[in-house]
Ligand binder design. Sequence first.
Ligand SMILES: C[S@@+](CC[C@H](N)C(=O)[O-])C[C@H]1O[C@@H](n2cnc3c(N)ncnc32)[C@H](O)[C@@H]1O
Length: 248
Amino acid sequence: MHAAYDDISLAYKIVHGELTVKKHAEEFTYLNLLGDVHGQKVLDLACGEGRFSRTIKRQGASQVVGVDISASMIELARQAESEQPLGTTYIHSDVAALGTIGIFDTVSAAFLFNYAASKEVLLTLCRTAYSNLKPGGKLVASVNATPLYPPLHNQATRKYGYLVHSPSPLREGDAVEYAFFTGSHAIRLLNVHWSRATYEWALCEAGFSACSWQSPTVSQQGLEQHGHEFWRDFLLEPNFICLAACRT
Ligand SMILES: C[S@@+](CC[C@H](N)C(=O)[O-])C[C@H]1O[C@@H](n2cnc3c(N)ncnc32)[C@H](O)[C@@H]1O
């Protein structure tokens, strides 16, 4: 099984480790939405190299299991675990083929759903998230920003280390390209655009109750370090949005 991220796993880890928007906006917004994970069993779908898995474990989760379709990403995650053991474990699998592997308090899915190649696959991914949650459990996810922020196609986001390319007008299932770059590395990611209505349909069909959307927010530290004006263009055309839903 060869996955798209097998070829870019290390560059992904380096680029995302360096981007200001990752730390001060994406991780900040995502972890705030996850809330207190102390003592919780957390399933981290599309865990990549395990950055959220490790952070969630450090924040006191009792168990964190990461799942990713890319063998290279899982290798990096296991390597980080062996270099600094925290107790995270990883499974190499397509989430669509994972089935139910446990009963978790929280399912995290950072940038999973925007890789669903069809609405049917999107529904399968949502059903997998649902079936691994306890009743009352919470799903927290991030996806590319286009469901709430149609691309503006200007160059203003270059200063944050990313550019967005997509067809205009954007239709369901269209590819949205994100180019991320730092001084030393560049990567190109292809996401799939699904509308807000399609995400809400898939979550509802899978059994989740009301889904809430969360626009990016910037940490106090990010505001102090760079100033409010620096973040203006990012907040007009962010690269991600988050959502939360509950298993009833
Ligand atoms: C942008 S990365 C995000 C990684 C991690 N969640 C993070 O936020 O750093 C997207 C990840 O989704 C994984 N992925 C995409 N489709 C998947 C699927 N169907 N099942 C499991 N992992 C998948 C990719 O291999 C990649 O590691």
